[in-house]
Design a binder for this molecule. Structure first.
Ligand SMILES: [Zn+2]
Ligand SMILES: [Zn+2]
Length: 109
């Protein structure tokens, strides 16, 4: 029992395949990315010590747990709080999002 109207609806789904919508999709994705990364930095654990990350090394662009911070490796490196880092990262991502937005609009022309 197939309703002829339903078939029309499934045809409408194929509109998503249109390449023009790709640029729109990318623009919509950008803010989601920012939300994800800020949440990630809060939950992230240190790969080396499996501890909650407390700081961000601007030299290595790496998240550091308390053991990392106290280790010799990052002793001479510039370290900032994860809160500060996530807002700095957010700005970076926003810049990138704007860049890709500009790219998308320039591609359309
Ligand atoms: Zn660590
Ligand atoms: Zn470092």
């Amino acid at each position: 029992m197939v309703c002829p109207e339903c078939q029309e609806v499934s045809d409408a789904d194929n509109v998503n395949v249109f390449p023009k919508n790709l640029a729109l999709l990318n623009m919509k994705k950008a803010p989601i990315k920012i939300q994800r990364s800020s949440r990630k930095s809060q939950e992230q654990l240190c790969k080396l010590h499996d501890k909650k990350v407390e700081a961000y090394c601007t030299q290595d662009r790496q998240l550091l747990c308390i053991d990392c911070i106290l280790s010799e490796t990052h002793k001479t490196h510039e370290i900032m709080s994860t809160q500060k880092a996530s807002s700095a990262e957010k700005e970076l991502l926003l810049e990138k999002a704007l860049e890709s937005e500009n790219l998308a609009s320039s591609l359309e022309k």
